[in-house]
Structure formats: structure tokens, C-alpha cells
Design a protein around this ligand. Sequence first.
Ligand SMILES: *[C@@H]1O[C@H](CO)[C@@H](O)[C@H](O)[C@H]1NC(C)=O
Ligand SMILES: *[C@@H]1O[C@H](CO)[C@@H](O)[C@H](O)[C@H]1NC(C)=O
Ligand SMILES: *[C@@H]1O[C@H](CO)[C@@H](O)[C@H](O)[C@H]1NC(C)=O
Length: 352
Amino acid sequence: MFGSFIFTAVLALVASVSAQCGSGTADVTVTGSGTFTVKKGSSTVYTGTDYLAAINSGITNTASGQRLVVSSSGSIGANTITIKSGITFEGCGTINVGYRAAHGAIEILNNSGTKIPYLTLTGAPYFAVRVYGSKDITFGVITMNLTGGIGIRFDRDQAANSNIKMDTVSVTGATSHGIETWNIAGFSINKFTGRNLGECGLLVQATTNAKIGTVDCDNCGAGTGYAALRFANQNGKLNGGYSTNIYVDKLIAKGGGRGLFCVSESGAAEITTVDISGTENNAILIENCYGVNIKGGTVKGGGEVRISARDEFANTKDITVTLKVDDTTVKESPCGTNIKWNISGNAKKTVC
Ligand SMILES: *[C@@H]1O[C@H](CO)[C@@H](O)[C@H](O)[C@H]1NC(C)=O
Ligand SMILES: *[C@@H]1O[C@H](CO)[C@@H](O)[C@H](O)[C@H]1NC(C)=O
Ligand SMILES: *[C@@H]1O[C@H](CO)[C@@H](O)[C@H](O)[C@H]1NC(C)=O
């Protein structure tokens, strides 16, 4: 039931962002190049050369329920744009961001009902976007061409989040993760695309009731144990158990570190299909996870498909893997509990 609710919600979100960025009449606008003009209706509320001041004036002048369109491009330096609850922040220009330690270039903190239908960022931030303590937040078409940092980060040690929806997020060049979630009840993303990321593509932690469409990573986490898609830190654990509540339609991983990595008491996940090739580390590693069903797909070359366990947590259990595996190996060690392998292809298998 939850799955179909989220599916409907994702479709609605897709429909809501299909209009062109900035189309229609916004309540507040930031326009101009080099010199910026902020208008609220027909009155000018800011004119000047300070891009950050222009955006901040735009936010100040946008009330909850209203829409701000930032058409201008510029640089905000090592600063933070703080988004307010209930507004629509539509970024149609390219916002170049700087590095503010332990902060986001854009922060959505303790918000509710905020919408970011479009956002394009460049630069080398600490976090490009940081979120905590927020509910009913929607992201539309988000493009981050970075040269450092993390794309979208939900904080670990702050208040939790609920009902977070994303349509299409593309991150290139982050030196850490594309998206890192923590503490979200109700998360959906239609498509994540990661290219040349230093660590994970999509890293999902302490998150429940997730509907993930496609994760498509090319060269994510090279030289590390990170993965195109990683579940960690009791991800999917709900009401003390691991009944399936994390749904993934498709994982594509080419090159990079690992393809799929489930670790540290995570699970409750069903993945419809995978297309993993040429990873330098494990194509798939399931370690101390509970309730994972990989329903189909292919692994070609690269590192081993492995079920494993470390001593510090309960052994891996309730795992089903249906896959065609060619030109690499499949291993279960130590033996898990209630493991069902259904492997075709030429892989050499060492399973229990
Ligand atoms: C968010 O809310 C928490 C708990 O109410 C509070 O401690 C924190 O200071 C708030 N943060 C911001 C940025 O408002
Ligand atoms: C971001 O990168 C993509 C893919 O390389 C490219 O098509 C797009 O033009 C870039 N956008 C910006 C604003 O740099
Ligand atoms: C095993 O995998 C094949 C596809 O390779 C599929 O047709 C079959 O239904 C699977 N069997 C089980 C028990 O899941």
C-alpha cells in the first residue's frame, strides 16, 4: 500500500516539474547578470551587484506558499543560503558555491512544505545542500556539477525528517557522496545519476519506507569500499523488524568501488533488477543484513558477489539473490541463515 502511494506521489511530482524552469508568474524574482534586481510583484526590493544579498532578499520577500524564481547565475562564496519553510525556491540560473565547513551552501533546516523544483549548482562545497529536521520537502530536477564535497546531505546528529521526495538528481565530481540520507521516514527518488563521485552514489541510512526508482552510477567510489548504492546503519529497520519497506527498481553501476553494498544491520530491501559491471571492489556485498531480495539482473566482470558477516552484529539472514553472473565469482562466507541463491551465468560459486 505504501509503495503505490509513493508511486502516485512520484508521478504527481514528475507532472509538477514538467513545466520549464521559471515559467508562469512568480511572486518574487531575481534577474540580471552582474547587477541583480529583486522584484516582489512590480516593486523592486533590491538592486545591486551582490548575488548572495539578492538571493537572500528574494527569500526574505517570499512568504510561505509563494514562489521565488532565481533566473540569475552567480557565486555566493563560502556562505549559506537558508531556505524558509513553505516557499518554492526555483533556481533557474547556475549558483556557484564555496566551502563553509560543516555547513551546506544551501540549507533546509527544520522546514516543512518547502519545494525546490529546479536547482543547478557548481563549486566545491562542504555540503552542497544540507537538510535536517524537515518534513514534506520536494526536490525536482537537481543538477550538481561539483569539484568537491557531498551533494545532498541529511544530518546524522540532528532532528529526523519525514516525507522527502526527489524527482531527478544528477551529481558529478563530488569528492564524497552524491546523496547521503540519515533519519528519514518516507523517502522517494525517481532517478539518481552519479558520475565520477569519490564515495557513494546514493547512501541510504536509518531511512524507512523508501521508494527508489533508478540509481545510475558510473565510476562512483573508485579506490574505496563505497558503492553506487549503499544501505548502512540499520537502514530499513522499522518497528524493530525487517519487513520489506525499501524498494529499488533498478541499480546500474559501472566501474567505481562497489556496486551494491548492504551493511551494519540494514535490509528490508527489494531490488527489482541490477546491471553491474567492472567494479573494482565487490559487485555486490551483503554483510550483516537482514531481508534483502535481489530479484534479477546481471553482474559482468569486476569484483566478487559476496555474502559475508562480521562478528560485531548478528549473522546475515533472509537473503535471496537471483542473478546472471559472468566473469567473476560468487561466495558465501561465513554461511548465512536462510540464504537462497539462484545464480546463472559462468560464475564460479562457493556457497553453503
Ligand atoms: C531545529 O530544531 C531543533 C529542535 O527544535 C533546534 O534545537 C535547532 O536549533 C533548530 N535549528 C535551526 C537551525 O533552527
Ligand atoms: C553539468 O554537467 C552536465 C554533464 O556533464 C552538462 O551537460 C551540463 O551542461 C553541466 N551544467 C553546468 C551548469 O555546469
Ligand atoms: C531463478 O532464476 C531464473 C532466471 O534466471 C528464474 O526464471 C527462476 O524463476 C528463478 N527461480 C527462483 C526459485 O526464483
